[in-house]
Design a protein around this ligand. Structure first.
Ligand SMILES: [Zn+2]
Length: 76
C-alpha cells in the first residue's frame, strides 16, 4: 500500500491520516482490483486524495482512476 499522498497534487498527509478521512482519504475507482491473496503492494484503481481533492475524486469513482485523474487535472 502506498503512503497517504494525494495522487493529484502530491500533498503528503501521512501524519494526519488515521484510516478515516482525516486530512484526506482513499477512493476506489471503477478499475479497482484487490490484490490477490496475501500479496503485498498497492491495488490498481485505488488512490489517496487530500481533503481538497477527496470530494471531487469520490464524485468520479465510477470512472477508471486514469480517466478520473485526467478529468480532475482539466478542471483543477
Ligand atoms: Zn490534493
Amino acid at each position: 500500500m502506498k503512503p497517504p499522498i494525494c495522487e493529484l497534487c502530491g500533498h503528503d498527509f501521512r501524519h494526519q491520516w488515521d484510516g478515516s478521512d482525516a486530512g484526506g482519504g482513499l477512493v476506489q475507482f471503477a478499475d479497482y482490483r484487490p490484490l490477490p491473496g496475501n500479496q503485498v503492494g498497492h491495488p490498481a484503481g485505488l488512490g489517496f486524495f487530500c481533503s481538497v481533492h477527496l470530494t471531487q475524486a469520490r464524485s468520479l469513482h465510477h470512472l477508471s482512476m486514469i480517466d478520473a485523474m485526467e478529468r480532475m487535472q482539466q478542471t483543477d
